[in-house]
Unconditional design. Structure first.
Length: 474
């Protein structure tokens, strides 16, 4: 029994060695090293985060290079425009046709600058049109469900600040109050025939009740978009047809030639759109724009839009409760966030420039920019040189800021994270990975013990046989 117990212990130890040698891990289950497992799993999570942070930083570097390439091209175009402006300022030589040719070329170049601003993107994310980093967060969740703000509001680039709205007109649903009255909801609608709501035909048999006809209409509400409500004062009752969706695009077309519910054969009703004044910060100060809209099929609440595609979704409550200027959101504009660390809070932000022509050279002459260049006059050409110089300086500063961000934040972060990844991997390996040399030595020892244990167990099993031999001689 002693030999068997020791042999079993050797077998268990040998199983452990085989598991470690085959997996390459010192910790194969929590029982192997509970404290080591806790530390190892924490390090593995960190290593995964560091690996992704390195990938994030490299993607951000590539994005920065994409933006810098586009900015470089814009700068080249500005330099070409400057040459044309200088040529146009030489009024003693150039004639009107040459000036007009220069102006035409400048206008074509401005279109190219705007096209670069509009179309430069990394994946599907546009970089230089003012939308990069623009983010609207809802602060009044009781009235507003979501807000989308692009880079432009009322024609100007957005800036960080509150978003406030004020109701001008609440949205309404289309409704039709029929004029045939009945003594109670269970009264028989005696007129037989058919009537049509939004293209769908309903039939009255002449024995249906007001209640059953309402149920018939409501059963097809998903098709017609109309719900029937029984209204009354305790003495007389009638049906009111109500459109399920708000707004002018949602109507009720009711055709009742037999006068089953209404004495007028054909009635049409249309809802009204909501109108809310929305105010937001821009680079030109606070601007206020009317947002209009209703609710279409599938929309959640009221969808209000402006002419530039900005959208605010109001909850049902917001349609009626907002009757004074109310802050409903906060707009953060002009910055992009990059997660460059493995942990929460290890992120940096950067503002991509907006390079539309009307945003360049605005600091030279009041009210003028690259978009307003006119070199057909001597003064216009002189002004153009000043505006272009300002734009070139402005763009060079933006490129310098972008280059510093790429070099000082992103690329240095990649190098630092690579070192951290290397050393953390080494530490995690020390805890979790098997020492192969030690394990092979241990395995060899267990093999010797197992073989000797088997031999000793065999010898131990022979001792009782010798006692039996003595008993046989008695």
């Amino acid at each position: 029994m002693t030999a068997l117990r020791n042999l079993n212990q050797t077998g268990l130890a040998m199983d452990g060695s085989i598991e470690k040698l085959s997996s390459g891990l010192r910790i194969n289950s929590a029982a192997d090293d509970p404290a080591g497992l806790v530390i190892s799993e924490g390090m593995k999570a960190q290593l995964t985060g560091i690996g992704q942070a390195i990938s994030n930083s490299q993607d951000a570097v590539n994005m920065a290079k994409t933006a810098d390439g586009a900015l470089s091209e814009v700068q080249t175009l500005l330099t070409n425009i400057r040459g044309l402006a200088v040529a146009s300022a030489n009024s003693g030589v150039v004639d009107a046709s040459m000036l007009q040719a220069n102006q035409t070329q400048i206008e074509n170049t401005i279109q190219s600058i705007n096209r670069i601003a509009q179309q430069t993107q990394f994946g599907t994310k546009k970089l230089l049109d003012g939308t990069a980093g623009a983010l609207a967060n809802v602060t009044d969740t009781a009235d507003v469900s979501s807000i989308f703000m692009g880079g432009t509001f009322d024609g100007f680039s957005v800036a960080t600040g509150p978003i406030t709205i004020n109701r001008v007109t609440a949205a309404t649903e289309a409704s039709i109050a029929t004029d045939q009255t009945f003594a109670s909801p269970s009264s028989i609608v005696a007129t037989a025939g058919s009537f049509v709501i939004n293209g769908y035909s309903f039939t009255s048999s002449g024995t249906d009740t007001l209640q059953s006809i309402a149920a018939q209409i409501n059963g097809m509400s998903a098709t017609t978009g109309v719900t029937a409500q029984i209204t009354g004062n305790g003495t007389t009752y009638s049906l009111t047809l109500v459109q399920n969706n708000y707004g002018s695009q949602n109507s009720i077309n009711f055709f009742d030639p037999n006068g089953i519910l209404n004495s007028v054969p054909s009635v049409t009703a249309t809802g009204t759109d909501a109108v809310f004044n929305v105010s937001a910060n821009t680079l030109q100060g606070v601007q206020t724009v009317p947002f209009t809209g209703g609710r279409g099929a599938g929309d959640s609440g009221l969808k209000l839009t402006d002419t530039l595609g900005n959208v605010i979704f109001l909850n049902e409550n917001g349609n009626t409760s907002i009757n004074a200027p109310t802050q409903v959101g906060e707009l953060t504009a002009g910055s992009m966030q990059f997660q460059i660390g493995a942990n929460a809070g290890q992120a940096v932000s950067f503002s991509m420039p907006t390079v539309f022509a009307n945003n360049l050279g605005t600091g030279a002459i009041a009210g003028q920019s690259i978009a307003t260049l006119d070199v057909t006059t001597t003064q216009g050409a002189t002004n153009a040189i000043n505006i272009i110089d300002n734009a070139i300086s402005q763009l060079a500063q933006s490129r310098g800021d972008l280059g510093a961000f790429q070099s000082d934040f992103l690329e240095s972060t990649v190098r630092s994270l690579n070192v951290a990844q290397q050393n953390l991997t080494s530490s995690e390996s020390t805890i979790a990975d098997a020492d192969m040399a030690a394990e092979v030595t241990q395995f060899t020892q267990e093999q010797v013990l197992q073989q000797s244990g088997v031999a000793v167990l065999s010898q131990a099993n022979q001792i009782p046989q010798q006692i039996l031999q003595l008993l046989k001689n008695i």
